[in-house]
Write a protein that binds this ligand. Structure first.
Ligand SMILES: Nc1ncnc2c1ncn2[C@@H]1O[C@H](COP(=O)(O)OP(=O)(O)OP(=O)(O)O)[C@@H](O)[C@H]1O
Ligand SMILES: [Mg+2]
Length: 504
């Protein structure tokens, strides 16, 4: 009897496999980190073959630890780091270059050139996104322009492109031997190549970027059977039936199905999504318009998104680059040694600033320093930066949508940090709520797959399974709250205009 659904979460720092039961509870997990490759300032790469090997290993781990066989699985869902681009040869299955990660800024010149006199908003009314290094399309152009032989091979029809959902799906379903080359609407909406109304590739934009249409995966809904596990793989014959980009998956797993509901995920970066229903809401305040999900033949649901590039990765940076502590959770212990930030503000514009500024010329800054400031203040400033950036996104959401949040559902690795959660509630002035299953990304992908095969009836099952774990309520005085935020805003302005043609 197939009593379980498996989700594969191919993330930025690790790949996870999680088995869920019918009540949405975790049965077993496997997780492996992959290498973060930084060849130059601003460049971030992953080895796509290592990712695929890790995915196989974590699936094996999760099944073994749960004492399960593939026959116990009703379906498999995939969720993934979204804009990370893989280009590979369909005959050999070999990537022609490392995966270029969403945080990578090498395509700035390409992006500027594409925008030309029309600037960053050239394609925004069609794809919902400003031209930025963040998205996959310009990364594919970079690979075709810079990898020897790539453009000729692409034009011959030998190369395939995908975000990592597509790379994992193609390999799972057979690779060179009949692999299915498909993506879902949410991932496609992050390429800059998909028309948000028709949910199909835009030939004109692909032509502008010099990307042959033959490289692009077929766009399908987020919840339907795409294919089955290949015969001699770990999960032979199991339907792979759900794909959602990681942030959309978390929105799904948090049961944000009503128009006006939102979630915020605190991982490598922070990503807040507000469900805007079947209406596509254009942003005037630095947010993205994106597809939230599409269940089978039902109409697509849209979202407004506030993407913040650096939050959890700032904690990793304190750990790895400054050696301030051993494990990410230790940052809380340091920050608790002081009462406040001591006047220090840390704006982590490591990849420029994403929402709501979209300033590629910004770089990180630690300001307000005096002899008084010590490492504990810096730890605190790093955590506060996460909450301030979130408040800026919430403000933009209010302006774009007219929706006033009454509470914020949160998830991701950083929501274990109680100091941050309290400070977040203080800064937002509304309750912050953490669900029992914090692995909402994997959970959302599991639900999308399970719904497609009838394991779950539909969104109502997701809502019924959602349960609150903990809630933080605002406790800070209004004048203090505003004073801190005002200083933060000032700190942000200090990061602008740093990058010059000869200064990265
Ligand atoms: N207690 C904590 N306090 C502060 N930061 C934390 C804490 N625990 C984890 N983190 C940070 O959270 C991030 C991990 O969260 P999570 O596992 O949700 O990331 P992720 O973005 O999903 O990873 P991936 O990109 O691989 O999907 C790391 O960047 C880590 O530095
Ligand atoms: Mg994640």
């Amino acid at each position: 009897m197939a009593d379980y659904v498996l989700a594969i979460d191919q993330g930025t720092t690790s790949s996870r496999a999680i088995v869920f039961d019918h009540s949405g509870r975790i049965v077993s997990t496997g997780q492996l980190e992959h290498d973060q490759i930084f060849p130059k300032a601003g460049w971030v790469e992953h080895n796509a073959e290592q990712i695929w090997s890790n995915v196989r290993e974590v699936v094996g781990l999760a099944l073994t630890r749960g004492n399960l066989a593939h026959t116990d699985l009703a379906a498999i869902g995939i969720t993934n780091q979204r804009e990370t681009a893989v280009v590979w040869d369909k005959n050999t299955g070999k990537p022609v270059y490392n995966a270029i990660v969403w945080q990578d800024t090498r395509t700035q010149a390409i992006v500027d050139e594409l925008g030309g006199s029309e600037g960053a908003d050239k394609y925004k009314s069609i794809v919902g996104l400003p031209l930025a290094t963040y998205f996959s399309g310009p990364k594919v152009k970079w690979i075709l322009d810079n990898v020897e032989g790539a453009r000729e091979a692409a034009e011959k029809g030998d190369l395939l492109f995908g975000n990592t959902d597509t790379w994992v799906l193609w390999n799972m379903t057979g690779g060179p031997d009949g692999g299915v080359h498909v993506t879902d609407v949410t991932n496609a909406s992050r390429t800059m190549l998909m028309d948000l109304d028709t949910l199909s590739w835009r030939e004109d934009i692909a032509a502008d970027m010099g990307i042959p249409l033959s490289m692009l995966p077929e766009i399908r809904s987020s919840s339907e059977v795409y294919g089955q596990g290949r015969p001699r793989g770990l999960v032979p014959g199991v339907p792979i039936a759900g794909i959602l980009g990681d942030q959309q998956a978390a929105t799904f797993g948090q049961a944000c199905f009503e128009t006006g509901t939102a979630k915020n995920t605190y991982g490598t970066g922070n990503f807040m999504l507000l469900n805007t229903g079947t209406e596509k809401v254009p942003s005037k305040n630095g947010l993205l318009t994106t597809v939230c999900y599409k269940i089978g033949d039902a109409p697509q649901v849209y979202a407004l998104e506030g993407s913040i590039a650096v939050t959890g990765s700032l904690i990793q940076w304190l750990r790895d680059n400054l050696g301030m502590f051993e494990d990410a959770p230790d940052v809380e212990w340091l920050a608790r040694k002081v009462e406040d930030n001591g006047g220090a503000y840390f704006v982590p514009a490591f990849s420029g600033l994403f929402a709501p500024y979209w300033r590629p010329d910004a770089r990180g800054a630690l300001v307000g320093l005096t002899r008084y400031v010590n490492r504990n203040h810096i730890a605190r400033a790093a955590l506060e930066a996460v909450a301030f950036q979130t408040r800026e996104v919430v403000d933009a959401m209010r302006k774009d949508s007219g929706v006033d949040l009454t509470e914020l559902k949160v998830d991701g690795g950083m929501v274990q940090n109680e100091l941050l959660m309290q400070f977040q509630a203080d800064q937002l002035g509304v309750d912050v709520v953490r669900p029992k299953v914090a692995e909402t990304t994997a959970l959302g992908a599991a639900y999308a797959a399970g719904i497609a095969v009838g394991f779950w009836k539909g969104e109502e099952d997701v809502t019924a399974n959602w349960a609150e774990d903990k809630r933080w309520s605002p406790a800070m005085a209004e004048d203090e709250r505003e004073r801190l935020y005002r200083s933060w805003k000032k700190a942000v302005t200090k990061t602008f205009d740093w990058v010059d043609a000869d200064v990265q």
